[in-house]
Design a protein around this ligand. Structure first.
Ligand code: SF4
Length: 65
C-alpha cells in the first residue's frame, strides 16, 4: 500500500488534549502529520486510548491527573 493511501487516525475527529492535532506548536505539527496522518498505530497516545477501550474503561480518560 503506498504511503499516500494510509488512513488518518480515528481519534483525529475527537482528539484528546494531549493529541498532536490538538497542539498548535511547530513540534506537534510534524508529529501530527506523521502519526495522525497515517502512522497512528505507532502513536503512544493512540495505544493508550486503545488499551483503555479494550479494557472496557471507555468512560475513563488516561489523560486526567
Ligand atoms: S495519532 Fe495519536 S496524537 Fe494523533 S489523533 Fe491519534 S491518538 Fe491523537
Amino acid at each position: 500500500m503506498p504511503p499516500e493511501s494510509k488512513l488518518r487516525c480515528p481519534f483525529v475527529a475527537a482528539p484528546s488534549p494531549q493529541c498532536y492535532v490538538a497542539d498548535l506548536s511547530s513540534k506537534a505539527v510534524e508529529k501530527a502529520i506523521f502519526y495522525c496522518g497515517g502512522e497512528f498505530e505507532r502513536c503512544e497516545i493512540y495505544a493508550a486510548r486503545m488499551a483503555l477501550e479494550k479494557g472496557g474503561l471507555k468512560n475513563e480518560s488516561p489523560f486526567q491527573p
